[in-house]
Design a protein around this ligand. Structure first.
Ligand SMILES: NC(=O)c1ccc[n+]([C@@H]2O[C@H](COP(=O)([O-])OP(=O)(O)OC[C@H]3O[C@@H](n4cnc5c(N)ncnc54)[C@H](OP(=O)(O)O)[C@@H]3O)[C@@H](O)[C@H]2O)c1
Length: 309
């Protein structure tokens, strides 16, 4: 497993992170097993959010921490806030009081006294950076959150947010997989009169790389917006044949090659895997040990249906 330095204290975190959005499919003992398997495989980073299954994912993780008390301290624990699910409406809320109350709820559910990182989950068009800065300062000085980051934000939104913060933005969590590459396509097609040339993200990857912000890729195995897994899918025959070929050359599985493809996109990159199966955790962790060549990376990109000008 390869590790990167994260946040103010340069904590050593694994390039493969375990996403916990789907753990409500498991019982507490199965979650303990998933966490122990992750640690054994070198994965020391957990990603969750207050809104996953309306708090149930955090509660289950908290129960797993209580069941096996050594677990919490062995992980870098990241949660998210800002997607507000009122009984009658779901919307985004980055107001100071809401951020602070979300963290307090997360800490209670997770049975812990602090989060190692808090992400703002999806940009709130009504955000006021100085108000968010006040919330972050309070959470930091109370010792409730040690680092802060964002998710699904473009560079201008990050710059705007930064104008009100005293602390750095450590990470940006965004959708990225072999089959979801708008952030990459636009760069290849600069100034072309075609669809991939449309820059939808404003240069997220370049902005994060320039500013030392860790890119965290979510849904690394999916195509579309949770449409399904591309490995083994008849919709991606060419991609699968290239993944299989490179997998057999490297003596790993196709899924490992697909995750390694994501990891190569930036030096400060983490792949947030979402499996609920211990066997897949063990396998996926191998992506942290291999390095694709530039040629393999491009071959996979093209096999996913992309073109280069
Ligand atoms: N910031 C955001 O807006 C955002 C949005 C979505 C997710 N996330 C984070 O990212 C994490 C990962 O997202 P995700 O769950 O969509 O990631 P994912 O790893 O792309 O998808 C996981 C799903 O794919 C299945 N799967 C994985 N590998 C497979 C394979 N080789 N063959 C067949 N099925 C396979 C898993 O089934 P099994 O469980 O059976 O293995 C699971 O249902 C989440 O847990 C969450 O922490 C963040």
């Amino acid at each position: 497993m390869k590790y990167i330095e994260f946040g103010a204290n340069k904590q050593k975190v694994s390039k493969i992170a375990l996403g916990c959005m789907r753990i409500p499919e498991l019982n507490v003992l199965e979650i303990v097993n998933l966490l122990e398997t992750s640690l054994d495989a070198g994965i020391n980073f957990l990603d969750i959010a207050d809104c996953y299954s309306k708090g149930k994912a955090e509660s289950l993780l908290g129960e797993a921490f209580s069941k096996q008390t050594s677990l919490r301290d062995n992980f870098f624990l990241q949660s998210k806030c800002g997607i507000r699910k009122d009984p009658d409406l779901t919307y985004y809320d980055f107001s100071k009081d809401y951020i602070i109350s979300c963290v307090e709820g997360s800490l209670k559910r997770l049975n812990t006294d602090h989060l190692d990182c808090l992400l703002l989950h999806r940009p709130d068009a009504l955000m006021d950076p100085s108000e968010i800065g006040e919330a972050f300062n309070k959470l930091l000085s109370d010792g409730k959150v040690l680092n802060f980051g964002v998710s699904n934000m473009n560079p201008m939104q990050m710059k705007y947010l930064k104008s009100g913060l005293d602390c750095p933005i450590c990470a940006n969590q965004v959708q990225l997989s072999v089959c979801h590459t708008p952030m990459i396509n636009a760069g290849f097609n600069t100034n072309m009169d075609n669809d991939p040339a449309i820059m939808r993200d404003g240069g997220i990857l370049e902005y994060c790389k320039l500013n030392g912000i860790v890119v965290q890729a979510w849904s690394v195995m999916q195509y579309g917006f949770f449409k399904g897994v591309f490995v083994g899918s008849p919709l991606y025959l060419k991609l699968n044949s290239v993944l299989d070929k490179i997998a057999s050359e490297l003596n790993v599985s196709s899924q490992v090659v697909a995750i390694a493809w994501v990891l190569k996109v930036a030096k400060l990159m983490q792949a947030v895997i979402g499996t609920t199966k211990a066997t897949r955790v063990i396998d996926s962790a191998k992506a942290g040990d291999i390095e694709l060549t530039r040629k393999q990376w491009y071959e996979i990109y093209l096999a996913a249906g992309n073109e280069l000008p």
